[in-house]
Design a protein around this ligand. Sequence first.
Ligand code: IPE
Ligand code: IPE
Ligand code: MG
Length: 244
Amino acid sequence: MAVTLDMNRIPRHVAIIMDGNGRWAKGRNFSRIRGHRAGVESIRAVVRYAGQIGVKYLTLYAFSVENWNRPKREVAALMKLLRRFLEKEVDELDRNDVRLRAIGRISGLPDEVQEWIRIDEERTGNNRGLNLILALNYGGRSEIIDGVRKVAVLVGKGRMRPDDVDEESFRDFLYASDIPDPDLLIRTSGEMRVSNFLLWQISYTEIWVTQKFWPDFRERDLRRAIIDYQKRERRFGGMKASAG
Ligand code: IPE
Ligand code: IPE
Ligand code: MG
């Protein structure tokens, strides 16, 4: 069993469903909010390590369109944590050549969160290292619907024909069309579902699930996920070149 990373086959895009903050906290008799706070440390570790090993894109699912259904207090705490993250981490991200971007229905977020997203995106916009993409107020179905609406407007104006819509051109109407599809999707805390994350983009993504809760996830876990990924054979519906 390979135990070292093959540096020539580092996945270009890793996406993570950061799940299990609540369960991590519950097991320690902490508030769920304390679990979310602990999760920020995992984000720092993963961003640092992904940048070091040459991952080009790291997308983190931080808040889904469905997460508004949680108790008001928890939602408020998450928004506060998010704003603080955007405010406090920007210097360090910039120093490490990380470019931060956000995807999702950003206009549905609190004004001050939107403001910090703008500040961070501008500050880090010219960086050429890791692209850190935060999925905020994000839903895979919402993303597709938002794209369909944009297409419908253009068709209505006669600037696009229905026949012009194909898998390649539709990409331009998604939130970040320049970002390649994820190679590897990681989910923590054992759940075997995608929870409305990047539905369009993960059609051929390799999925890796760990039982660990997000606040316990560290460099070695990402490393293990990538080593497992490197053992897999991606087929994209075709056959291995060597197969007969
Ligand atoms: C993930 O942890 C963080 C967010 C969804 C914002 P959870 O809060 O979903 O933790 P569990 O799933 O309840 O343990
Ligand atoms: C997915 O986790 C959303 C984020 C990690 C932001 P959830 O905890 O919201 O998903 P479900 O409810 O278990 O499917
Ligand atoms: Mg959860």
